[in-house]
Every structure is written in structure tokens, then in C-alpha cells.
Design a protein around this ligand. Structure first.
Ligand SMILES: NC(=O)c1ccc[n+]([C@@H]2O[C@H](COP(=O)([O-])OP(=O)(O)OC[C@H]3O[C@@H](n4cnc5c(N)ncnc54)[C@H](O)[C@@H]3O)[C@@H](O)[C@H]2O)c1
Length: 363
């Protein structure tokens, strides 16, 4: 039996996030109880499809008379309008109906793309997320943000659309490459920084550098992170207030990803680097935040950041972030450990100083 978190929003109905190990029976029970078993759409990351076609995916797809499979090539370039069109063509030609479930199995790329398909085909089909990366389990499958990228920027086309259920099965993490565990860890560390220092205690008891091995401690950690995200989203589904604190480190991270190129950049690593900038900025604004909770993980993030741009140019690039309002840059800063809030920073010298700190640490 999985751990269950209920996500309530005033925006739409509540739904459950199930976190556990080997959840195929639980998924099947849920599907059988909630949907007709004729057709179902499976939008699946290509690597996950290959690894689990004879096990997990076979178990749940054989419940349906006509499973429709759409494989999503790995990589950020799949979050595109052309992939969106490929999938919508295929499922509309298969004559799906508004009640046909869309079951999305993969990491954040497949989740964002598949979620957007479910949000728009026939004006909305029931969406079930089965996240298979650590990042997707603790972050992207929760909170209803779906979408694709545009040549002008990342995530610029999309919709807020809630799933009917999320099933996070830690069995999937056993095949996830180590670098993707480290990637997801960036967001786990973020929850520790903005909300709950006990996450750092949980992380101490886990081995993070070797291959992932399932344990109850991992399950509890993923559950705690999912609960933090879902509690924040419950209060502010459309990101007009408290949800902003989830962007801790991200204002810096988005620029790091842009200058490195999204394809060469791990989001979690950029967030990790960005949090160094956000801690520095908090200190420059007069809050005494210790870097130790971040620096304890420094050895896991091995790639360097040596931009061609100056600190001033990096600071200016922040003005292009889609969350910039009226030309002022809002940052999430810490007033104390676990206490985050947003702050408009007008003094560009503080921002440049924070960039200098990141560059020095990661050169
Ligand atoms: N919607 C949101 O709220 C939200 C939040 C954060 C990030 N995101 C988005 O998430 C995306 C990144 O997601 P990600 O980090 O999960 O990356 P990803 O989806 O690209 O997956 C990473 C890699 O892992 C492989 N993979 C996935 N599951 C596997 C498994 N169980 N075993 C073996 N290989 C597996 C994939 O094929 C891929 O190569 C970005 O596009 C980002 O914008 C969305």
C-alpha cells in the first residue's frame, strides 16, 4: 500500500498522489474503478517503454482492449509543438473519447508534453501521471503545469491542468541513471532550503553517490517532498502568491540554462548552482543564511560554470525571465533557514555580486 497525499485546490477537484514501491496492482485497481476499459492512451518516454514494456507497462496496458501507445523520444527537444501534433494526430485518428484516460509515463519532459496533450485534446481528457524520474516524482508531476517550449523560450506554451491521480512508483528509480538522481536532488535540496530542514537529516542517512536502491527512507523522503509541493500548490494553484517560493534558485538557474544551452544543461544542477546565488543575495540583503546545507552536497555537482558573459551581462539576462514584472526582478530569498519569501531587488550591484559568487564557486 502506498503513502497517499491529497492535493486540494479551490481551482478544481482534489486528487491523490500515491507514493510507494511496485504499484502496478494499485494503478490497475484505480483504473478499473474509474474508467471504462476499452481504450486508453499511453504516452511513454521511449527509454521507459523499452525498459518496462514487458513488466509494468504490460501489466497496466493489458487491462484495456485497445491501448494506444505514443512513444516520446528522450530529451528536451520533445517538448515541442511538432511532438504535440504527432501525438494528437495519432490519438484523434484512433477515435478517442472525452472519457478515455491519458496515462503519461516518464520524466518531466514526457509529463509536461503528455499533460498538455491531455489538457487540450477534446478540451480535456482525464490525465494520470506515472512519473519515472526523481525530479518528476518530487516536482513536475505535481501542481498541474503542462506545456511545450517555443523557439523564443522554454515552457511558453501550455496550460494549468490537474491530473486525476499521480502514482510515484520508486521501482522506476532503479533504472534511472545516477546523473538523473542528482538532477532530481536539486529540487529535494530546494525543499530543505525553503521549507523543511529535516530533509537534510533524511538525506544524511541515504547513499547518494552510488546506484539507487529502494528503501523505506527513500519512500518517506519522496513522500515528504511531494507533500511540501502539494501543500504549496494547494494554496496557490495559478502561481499568484505563495507558489512563487518554489522558484528559489530558479531566477539564476534559468539564466545558467540559457547560456549553457538547454541541451547541455541539467536543470537540477542549474538549480543547485542558482541556490548558491540566492543564498548569497539573501546574505547581501542582511539575512544571515548559512551555506552549509548547500555546500554539503557540493561534491555531487561536478560540472563547472564558466560563462563567456560578464556578471553584468548575466544580471541583464535575468530581465528576460518570464516572471519579471515591470522591469524589476523578483527573487526568492531566505529570511532564515526554511523561511522563504519574494523580494524585488533593484540594486543591480547585489545581483552582480551574487553572480560573482556562483562563478567563483563553480569555475
Ligand atoms: N511541470 C512542472 O511543474 C515542472 C517542474 C520542473 C521541471 N519540469 C520540466 O521537467 C523536464 C525535466 O524532467 P526530467 O528531469 O524528469 O527529465 P526527462 O524527462 O528528460 O528524463 C531524463 C532522462 O531519464 C530517462 N528516464 C526517465 N525515466 C527513466 C527510468 N525510470 N529509467 C531509465 N531512464 C529513465 C529519460 O529517457 C531521459 O533520458 C524539463 O522539461 C522541465 O521544464 C516541469
Amino acid at each position: 500500500m502506498s503513502n497517499r497525499i491529497q492535493l486540494n485546490t479551490t481551482y478544481t477537484n482534489h486528487h491523490n498522489i500515491h507514493v510507494g514501491y511496485q504499484l502496478e496492482n494499485e494503478v490497475n485497481e484505480y483504473l478499473a474503478a474509474n474508467f471504462g476499459l476499452k481504450k486508453a492512451v499511453f504516452i511513454v518516454d521511449e527509454n521507459v517503454l523499452e525498459l518496462y514494456r514487458k513488466t509494468f507497462i504490460k501489466e497496466i496496458s493489458s487491462l484495456f482492449d485497445e491501448p494506444i501507445f505514443c512513444s516520446v523520444p528522450e530529451g528536451e527537444q520533445s517538448k515541442s509543438l511538432s511532438q504535440f501534433t504527432n501525438i494528437t494526430d495519432k490519438i484523434l485518428e484512433a477515435k478517442v473519447e472525452r472519457q478515455t484516460p491519458v496515462i503519461v509515463i516518464g520524466g518531466g519532459v514526457t509529463g509536461d508534453l503528455g499533460g498538455y496533450v491531455a489538457s487540450s485534446v477534446l478540451r480535456g481528457m482525464p490525465l494520470i501521471h506515472i512519473p519515472t524520474t526523481l525530479l518528476a516524482m518530487v516536482d513536475s508531476s505535481i501542481g498541474g503545469k503542462t506545456g511545450v517550449n517555443h523557439s523564443v523560450g522554454k515552457n511558453l506554451i501550455g496550460a494549468f491542468y490537474e491530473p486525476k491521480a499521480v502514482f510515484s512508483d520508486l521501482k522506476f528509480l532503479e533504472t534511472l541513471p545516477q546523473k538523473e538522481i542528482i538532477n532530481g536532488l536539486g529540487e529535494v535540496i530546494k525543499y530543505g532550503m525553503i521549507q523543511d530542514e529535516s530533509i537534510f537529516l533524511s538525506l544524511e542517512s541515504l547513499s547518494l553517490s552510488g546506484k539507487f536502491t529502494y528503501s523505506k527512507e527513500w519512500e518517506q523522503l519522496v513522500t515528504n517532498c511531494a507533500k511540501i509541493k502539494s501543500d504549496i500548490v494547494s494554496k496557490d494553484f495559478k502561481e499568484s502568491g505563495v507558489r512563487e517560493i518554489l522558484n528559489f534558485g530558479h531566477t539564476f538557474a534559468h539564466v545558467i540554462e540559457r547560456v549553457r544551452g538547454y541541451e547541455n544543461s541539467s536543470h537540477g544542477e542549474a538549480v543547485y548552482m542558482g541556490m548558491w546565488g540566492a543564498v548569497k543575495l539573501s546574505n547581501l540583503l542582511g539575512f544571515n543564511i548559512d551555506i552549509t546545507n548547500l555546500s554539503d552536497f557540493r561534491a555531487l555537482y561536478t560540472s563547472s560554470f564558466e560563462p563567456l558573459e560578464t556578471e553584468e551581462e548575466l544580471a541583464n539576462l535575468m530581465l528576460h525571465d518570464k516572471k519579471v514584472k515591470d522591469g524589476s526582478i523578483r527573487f526568492i530569498i531566505l529570511e532564515e533557514a526554511g523561511q522563504a519569501r519574494s523580494e524585488v531587488v533593484k540594486d543591480i550591484s547585489l545581483i552582480k555580486e551574487s553572480w560573482k559568487y556562483i562563478i567563483q564557486e563553480f569555475k
